[in-house]
Design a protein around this ligand. Structure first.
Ligand code: A2P
Length: 343
């Protein structure tokens, strides 16, 4: 991308949970933004937000929204990405897409900057860079440091995913159900964002079921992990679960490595890896939890122990803010790579 003093940035889906986080992160990281264009649906036209001391107004996401835009950050769902990303590219913007629309397209890079940054410059042929699924991003931040010590053959992942992963509607639904419960002392029946009540419940179902019995969310973990690591031999089997937590996804991981990796080696590798913090002192009740990893850039990894049921096995637990590293932060880091500021 041509070097400029400031880049015109559009956020498609600016009013949503990830879009709002994108605005905050652009400001926090002092991304050199010229114009910031906020785009959303008809429902939000005219809504006001403040960015770096400027007052901005939301306009409608449409075909002509991208004139003079250098970077378009998309977080308005895959339908909108499929419909509008090409228009953004034709207008001359590079798209960083947070949806699943293009992730598995072999000509579109799928990038976590700490893991496969060079992919960004190698293949921007289509003018689109894909951001991974939020659970995949958090999981890979924990796996990659260990993968660098020894190839990983197989991973068993069980996720505990916050309601904000389902967007602003997910947050509102947990809030209203908890309020209703505490005021009326009875279980709320109405559900919109989730297939069942989420307050005081767990739902082992995220995204739709496929004929394999896995959900699409579970298969994303397998497929995206392979693409990001560039390793078609790694196997990931996942169970993804929605939990009544507002923010930060957590994942329990059991992995089998090719060579033995000791707990100490795993700890050292995690300590040295950018974007990851080791939180592993169970004696002092220190382990990663969503309340601590929320609103943090780093993914927290702990509970590291040898898995005594297999030959080269490790168990660990990661908790990471999926609105940040799982979505908005990762997207802004990709934008930084595009303009040449390395993370
Ligand atoms: P809006 O707030 O106007 O509905 P979340 O994932 O938090 O639900 O956010 C989704 C984002 O995608 C919101 O900014 C939402 O805008 C936007 N969005 C949803 N549907 C459309 C649409 N048809 N056209 C443009 N933006 C949309």
């Amino acid at each position: 991308m041509e070097r400029k003093k400031a880049y015109n940035v559009a956020i498609a889906g600016a009013t949503g949970a990830v879009g709002q986080e994108m605005m905050q992160i652009l400001e926090e990281r002092k991304f050199s933004v010229g114009e910031l264009r906020l785009l959303a649906s008809e429902r939000s036209i005219g809504k006001k937000y403040s960015f770096c001391g400027r007052d901005l107004t939301v306009s409608l996401l449409e075909k002509d929204s991208f004139c003079d835009i250098d970077i378009a950050l998309f977080s308005a769902g895959s339908e909108r990405s499929r419909k509008y990303a090409d228009f953004a590219v034709k207008s001359g913007a590079v798209v960083v897409d947070n949806s699943s629309a293009f992730r598995m397209d072999p000509e579109i890079p799928l990038v976590i900057p700490e893991i496969n940054a060079p992919a960004v410059t190698l293949h921007t042929k289509k003018g689109i860079v894909a951001n991974p699924n939020c659970t995949t991003a958090v999981t890979l931040m924990a796996l990659k440091p260990i993968y660098d010590v020894s190839k990983i053959r197989r991973v068993v992942a069980t996720s505990f995913q916050a309601v904000s992963g389902a967007g602003a509607g997910g947050i509102a639904e947990l809030e209203s159900q908890v309020r209703e419960w505490s005021e009326l002392k009875e279980a709320p029946q109405e559900t919109n964002a989730f297939p069942h009540r989420i307050a005081f419940n767990l739902i082992p179902h995220i995204d739709s079921f496929t004929e394999t019995g896995y959900t699409k969310e579970e298969l994303k973990l397998h497929n995206e992990t392979r693409k990001i690591l560039g390793d078609d031999s790694i196997l990931v089997t996942a169970t993804t679960v929605r939990v009544p937590v507002f923010r930060s996804h957590s994942v329990s991981l059991n992995l089998e490595t090719e060579k033995k990796v000791t707990v100490e080696e795993a700890r050292e590798a995690i300590k040295d890896f950018p974007g990851v913090s080791l939180v592993d002192d169970p004696e002092n009740l220190n382990y990663p939890m969503p309340v601590d990893s929320s609103e943090k850039d780093d993914c927290f990894v702990g509970r590291i122990r040898e898995d005594y049921t297999v030959k080269n096995g490790l168990c660990l637990w990661v908790s990471g803010d999926q609105l940040r590293k799982g979505a908005a932060l990762n997207a802004v880091q990709i934008a930084e790579l595009l303009v040449g500021n390395h993370v």
